[in-house]
Design a protein around this ligand. Sequence first.
Ligand code: CP
Ligand code: NVA
Length: 295
Amino acid sequence: MLNTVSLEGRDLLRIGDLSRDEAEAILDLAVELREQPKQPLLAGATLGLYFAKHSTRTRVSFSAGMAQLGGVAIPLAPEELQLSRGESLPDTARALSGYLDALAVRTHGHAELEAWAQWASIPVINALTADEHPCQALADAMTMRDRIGSLEGVRVAWVGDGSNVLVSLAALGRLLGYDVVAACPPGYDAEGVTTVVDAREAVEGADVVVTDTWISMGQEHERVQRLLDLEPYRVDRELLALASDDAFVMHCLPAHPGEEITAEVLYGDRSAIWDEAENRLHVQKALLVQLLRPA
Ligand code: CP
Ligand code: NVA
């Protein structure tokens, strides 16, 4: 078992919390765990899942992953906790730290995630905030590495909204050596990411084309304006034809066929999207092992 790098006791709130070696160790271990999925590396361990937003993949991959490692995941629906009746976040975090070995948090503001990390004495994992989605970026890097080999110099074109997923994907690229160019309408770009306005310019010659929903959780009230502004940024067959001959497409899901991606591309033979979804399980198991086991 490759486990020479340990993140024992740390939090993963942003991709920037990881070094290159640490990110690579997670990807290496994820590949090993994919080959031998049921090893009791975390026997008896407990992971809390505090999810204040919807989730299918993240919730289930963390739960299944803990079961495969011999541990257990405990769903913590916000409305069922005393938190929703006024108990403070610090008191909740203190109490939960007595029962759990780690806590995965999906919520709106990044500052709330930071508060969980501040008050909990156990590792806190960002399971998505409006700012970042680091577990998704790790699965995306694993998917690219599986298909291409080395990530050094790989050209990634992002098309559409400059979302939380883009921020984490680009940050991980700065660690692992792939370049992300984003095509976003004015006002929809992400800070610190190379951005162009024309989707064709970003996709021309790219090795990977990535997109995300045009309307992230919490932005539902902007739906009409977003559909108008993002209409020229749909990943379809014509746009994909500009990418390299071997290029493939990624999408974190959930997808909205006919909006940010056509059904033809989503379900087509250049889609890596379903492998990408599965890889969430493998990278999160690797992350949990790194956070909860000494090297
Ligand atoms: N990609 C992703 O995080 O999916 P869920 O919202 O279903 O967890
Ligand atoms: N950007 C999307 C990702 C969903 C997994 C959102 O935040 O809703």
